[in-house]
Write a protein that binds this ligand. Structure first.
Ligand code: MN
Ligand code: MN
Length: 321
């Protein structure tokens, strides 16, 4: 455990109302205001890789706004993620909206710089294109990582309109580049129509196993958790969560919604089980506020991020032994 001497968490909500002030994630301090951090939350306001509805460039700000309500103690995991380690908001990575190739390079360079001292990153998207540069950085540090990917979609397609780098292709490119562990990578929550049967065959060849939305319905959540943990083992795990893994009833504010998805409760439960694995980095992507209602999607995404940060929290010495 590497908790700092005097961790700095969110300000006291009984003194500073949660709705006041400039929104950082969970009202955490900015990265430049702390001497060091174990984890940085960083936004990537970028959506030039989308195939359908645009708007995820506004995702980071929308998630931060909804995250004001998060509180310090997480009883579901019995941790205080903001006081048992130093977490800080690193602001947004600037990514060129008119040049996708340059944007991907900018994201990779910024993530590399942010994680140079070993801190872990929780990245708020942005569309799913951003997973490719983030996986390059993770694999450079840890070797091929087990990708745990929650999504309605496989995102292992080849090209759209001849373009190899889009939000539907990051995991195919990552597999081709040798960034992922072909024996442990897993999609969870896959559903909806595909282009053809070949999609699933290609996906398996690229190194992924599938725990589909239908599997969760027919086998139940405990079995899905068991399969997920068995597949990941003790490898370094990169967690990528496309918010469209949730049913549109739970997350309408996203670019490519599909009916029949997971509930927020199911997704949060699966993330809590990740306390048992070696999480080296994570992202939450595809939140598009223009299609959201009453912050439904942003509230879900902020709680997803909170459970990820909690799962990354070392066991408290208060509770040990
Ligand atoms: Mn998706
Ligand atoms: Mn996706």
């Amino acid at each position: 455990m590497n908790a700092p001497e005097s961790p700095i968490g969110p300000p006291d909500a009984s003194v500073n109302p949660r709705y006041a002030g400039i929104a950082t994630f969970a009202r955490l301090p900015r990265l430049e205001d702390v001497p060091r951090a174990d984890i940085a939350v960083v936004g990537v306001p970028f959506d030039s890789g989308v195939s359908y509805r645009p708007g995820a460039r506004f995702g980071p700000a929308h998630i931060r706004e909804a995250s004001r309500l998060l509180r310090p103690y997480n009883p579901a995991q019995d941790v205080e993620p903001f006081s048992q380690q130093q977490i800080a908001d690193a602001g947004d990575i600037s990514a060129n909206p008119f040049n996708l190739t340059e944007a991907v390079q900018q994201i990779e360079a910024a993530a590399e710089q942010l994680s140079a001292d070993g801190k872990r990153l929780l990245t708020l998207g942005g569309d799913h294109t951003i997973a490719l540069p983030l996986l390059r950085v993770a694999a450079r540090r840890h070797g091929p990582v087990a990708v745990l990917h929650f999504d309605a979609h496989l995102d292992t397609w080849d090209t759209y309109f001849g373009a190899p780098v889009t939000h539907g292709t990051p995991f195919r490119r990552a597999s081709e580049e040798g960034l992922i562990d072909l024996t442990a990578s897993t999609h969870v929550g896959i559903r909806g129509p595909l282009y053809s049967r070949d999609d699933l065959r290609d996906d398996e060849r690229l190194g992924f196993a599938v725990i589909s939305s239908v599997d969760i319905e027919s086998e139940g959540l405990p079995r899905a958790v068991e399969r997920m943990l068995a597949r990941l083992g003790d490898r370094p795990v990169y967690l990528s969560i496309d918010i469209d893994v949730l049913d549109p009833a739970h997350a309408p504010g996203t670019g490519t919604p599909e009916a029949g998805g997971m509930t927020s409760r199911e997704l949060l439960a699966m993330i809590r089980a990740l306390r048992a694995v070696n999480l080296v980095g994570a992202d939450v992507v595809e939140v598009a506020p223009a299609y959201d209602h009453a912050q439904l999607t942003a509230v879900a995404a902020s709680h997803v991020a909170y459970e990820i940060l909690s799962a990354m929290t070392p066991a408290s010495s208060v509770h040990a032994g």
